[in-house]
Design a protein around this ligand. Structure first.
Ligand code: EPU
Length: 418
């Protein structure tokens, strides 16, 4: 069992570099299936989700080389296979093979996707979108989606709520469909544009990615593709939160500031001074933080994936902060551990009332999901004494070389494998 052991209250100084975005690369790799050619994906983070996706690609017949931070993919021998639960349960993003295999072969069979337990996470928009494009969808053996289409034909697809996964899955199914597909109320997260740019490099015709209306003209063939994974805005935001509490001019490198505007606005509102130059942020700790209210929502609003680490930050703000999570029903399991460490948080459904400022004390806590793990990391780093975080496989799924990166800037953190 792997654990992180942190000795708190160490100042963070120097430079920390942001890696490529997890939520982009986990869609880029399955997207590559759409071509039988070769693809190059640069700036790939070495995280366990990427390793698992590479195994899935190899299972489908793809030849992959992962050298430094670049993945070289050769899909000439790829075939359509059922993706069983040994693969699908490892991560949510396994569901991107629904769209990409359907888009390529007109058929996909894949066991129900896994991923962090943060809410019900239905995929009804994906399914009804595939149906609108001409597919039939069945559930086989109670646990496998079987999706097939004699012919995929473009359609207008209107989402009730903007969904990252559904927007990309429909894009994958539509790039080679006959005619035009319009995705209305599309998700606008930066990862959507990064993935669309990859498909465009292969020859896909996609317009409007990054806005709430995406138009896709089906093409018959796709060729070789190349893309650089955009910087991970959630990792950048997590480092910005840490720097606001512990930084001594900590420089966060490779940040797209526009992508974390909502977070920077809240940090500044609470008193943090953020300096920036080109792609870097320079942040020092602020000792008299003021309470702020934070409500998560779809991009460009405050991201749900930063809500949990932000709630740890709010325990250090003077006064009462209200933190509301609107995307997932069950993304507050970390609050219990913050309270055990000394926070004063009252939780009602998805609303946390956080009374600060409260010192935190080191304890054994659990990373109940990926971003809960990030919240515990921040907590351990500001707590007095030693914090042990268990179940850290969740953290390793999403944060590249986290121990090395944080140690290099002054944190006292080690990974033990018992
Ligand atoms: N929704 C539906 N039906 C659907 C699809 C979504 O009701 O068919 C609802 C969801 O229940 C949720 C909301 O719509 O309330 C948004 O879900 P979305 O589909 O956007 O989420 P996702 O694609 O499953 C991705 C990221 C998440 C991130 C969200 C929101 C990946 C692999 N996952 O999930 O990342 O929280 O977008 O930005 O890209 C994480 O990195 O920790 C993480 C959970």
């Amino acid at each position: 069992m792997k654990k992180l052991i942190i000795e708190g209250n160490k100042i963070l100084k120097g430079e920390i570099k942001v890696s490529g975005a997890k939520n982009s690369v986990v869609a880029l790799i399955p997207a590559s299936i759409l071509t039988s050619g070769k693809c190059i994906i640069k700036n790939v983070p070495n995280i366990s989700d990427v390793q698992n996706l590479i195994e899935m690609m190899e299972y489908l017949g793809s030849e992959i080389k992962y050298i430094d931070d670049t993945i070289y993919i050769d899909n000439k021998n790829v075939r359509n296979e059922t993706i069983g639960e040994n693969f699908s349960k490892k991560m949510r993003a396994s569901y991107y093979y629904m769209g990409s295999l359907l888009g390529k072969y007109g058929e996909a069979k894949i066991s129900f996707p896994g991923g962090c337990v943060i809410g019900e996470r239905p995929i009804d928009y994906h399914i009804s979108g595939f149906e609108k494009l001409g597919s039939k969808v069945f559930i086989e053996n109670g646990d496998t989606y079987s999706i097939s289409a004699e012919k995929l034909v473009g359609a207008d697809i209107i989402f009730k709520k903007a969904s990252v996964g559904a927007t990309l899955n429909i894009m994958f199914a539509a790039v080679k469909a006959e005619g035009t597909t319009n995705i209305i109320n599309a998700a606008m997260e930066p990862e959507i544009k990064n993935v669309a740019d990859f498909l465009i490099s292969m020859g896909a015709k996609i317009d409007g990615a990054g806005t709430n209306k995406i138009t896709i003209e089906g093409v018959q063939e796709l060729g070789d593709g190349e893309i650089t994974v955009l910087p991970d805005r959630i990792e950048a935001g997590t480092f910005a939160i840490m720097a606001s509490l512990l930084g001594d001019k900590l420089t966060i490198k490779d940040v797209n500031k526009d992508h974390i505007n909502a977070l920077l606005k809240k940090l500044k509102e609470s008193g943090v001074k953020v300096k920036s130059s080109k792609n870097d942020l320079i942040i020092s700790k602020c000792d008299n933080l003021k309470s702020v209210n934070v409500k998560t929502d779809v991009y460009p609003a405050f991201p749900t994936d930063l809500g949990q680490p932000m709630s740890t930050f709010l325990t250090q703000c003077e006064g009462i902060s209200i933190f509301e999570e609107t995307i997932y029903e069950n993304r507050m399991r970390h609050i219990k551990y913050l309270n055990e460490m000394g926070a004063n948080i009252k939780l009602k459904d998805r609303i946390a009332t956080i009374k600060g400022k409260t010192p935190l004390k080191g304890k054994e806590v659990e990373a109940t999901d990926l971003r809960a793990g990030a919240a515990m990391l921040v907590a351990g780093m500001i707590a007095d004494g030693i914090t042990t975080i268990t179940n850290i496989e969740h953290i390793l799924r999403g944060y590249e070389n986290i121990v090395e990166k944080l140690s290099k800037v002054g944190a006292s953190i080690k990974l033990v494998d018992e």
